[in-house]
Design a protein around this ligand. Structure first.
Ligand code: SF4
Ligand code: SF4
Ligand code: SF4
Length: 164
């Protein structure tokens, strides 16, 4: 049960609701109203990628490691915040910013090498090193490509249902 007085307190807390939270959340937008910040998900994440974010609410840090979709965070949460494991964990995909070495004409394919879904493929281009081409329909938002990027050029973001 969520303690209602604490819930009201948190709902007044200013928190960035665009932060990528946890997989299988029923509602990212209501998360800060319903999460009690008990920290059980943080303790139980097998890759330790859940950290205390803004306002002490759990958020993901893919600079540590990837999400293995183990479902432990959802399993241990005492609140009814999560969908069942057989549903889609989230709608999330990567964005590559302009710090990417390939954009600066420096050879690098680190992200592509770790992406099992083959979302990031490098295509030769005339007069340049091979450039990343994205097949975002196949991106599951696991974040494995984030920590291997030497210039921290990749972010995983939430995607609205009507964006894809
Ligand atoms: S699904 Fe597993 S690896 Fe992913 S955030 Fe939850 S506990 Fe961590
Ligand atoms: S286990 Fe659930 S209620 Fe506790 S901090 Fe994590 S998401 Fe919030
Ligand atoms: S987030 Fe995962 S699936 Fe998406 S591009 Fe990166 S490694 Fe591939």
């Amino acid at each position: 049960m969520v303690n209602l007085s604490r819930r009201r307190l948190f709902s007044r807390t200013k928190v960035n609701d665009n932060a990528l939270r946890l997989p299988w959340l029923k509602s990212s937008s209501n998360f800060v109203n319903d999460c009690t910040r008990c920290g059980k998900c943080i303790e139980n994440c097998e890759n330790k990628i859940i950290i205390k974010g803004e306002g002490g609410f759990p958020t993901l840090d893919f600079s540590i490691d990837e999400c293995t979709f183990c479902y432990q965070c959802a399993e241990v949460c005492p609140e009814p915040l999560f969908e069942s494991q057989n549903s889609e964990p989230w709608r999330a995909e990567i964005v590559i910013n302009d710090k990417c070495l390939a954009f600066k004409n420096i050879e690098c394919r680190s992200c592509s090498e770790v992406c099992e879904s083959r979302v990031i493929q490098f295509k030769p281009e005339l007069g340049k090193v091979a450039q990343p081409k994205l097949n975002l329909d196949e991106c599951n938002g696991c974040g494995a490509c984030v920590s291997v990027c030497p210039t921290s050029s990749i972010n995983v973001r939430n995607v609205d249902n009507n964006e894809r």
